[in-house]
Design a protein around this ligand. Structure first.
Ligand code: FES
Length: 102
């Protein structure tokens, strides 16, 4: 299966460009995008791996239903990236494996 994202930003979008950090790497997005849209537009299709067998998961429904898009944002785990607007300087970690209870 191809991992090339079919999500592309609209060429007419004229919102300010911002930078956020994903696993300590910078990516760019436009203000007003959701985090899931920003990840997909930057070719990041896997947002987490399952706890037991490390299977990749990524945004599926883009409307807050499937919970496959969960990431860690500014040290807050299990944030639905499809429901979260991007913010300049946002720090995102793509979780891998079982969660640590705190
Ligand atoms: S993509 Fe389904 S909840 Fe975010």
């Amino acid at each position: 299966m191809s991992s090339v994202s079919r999500f592309q930003p609209l060429p007419t979008v004229d919102a300010p460009q911002i930078t956020l950090w994903v696993n300590d790497e910078p990516i760019t997005a436009r203000a007003g995008w959701t985090l899931a849209a920003a990840l997909l537009a930057n070719g990041i299709t896997t947002t987490r791996h399952t706890a037991i067998d490390q299977q990749p998961r990524g945004p599926f429904c883009m409307m807050g239903v499937c919970f496959e898009c969960r990431v860690t944002v500014d040290d807050i785990p299990n944030v639905q990236s499809c429901m979260t607007p991007v913010r300049d300087g946002m720090r995102v970690t793509l979780p891998r494996g079982p969660r640590v209870l705190s």
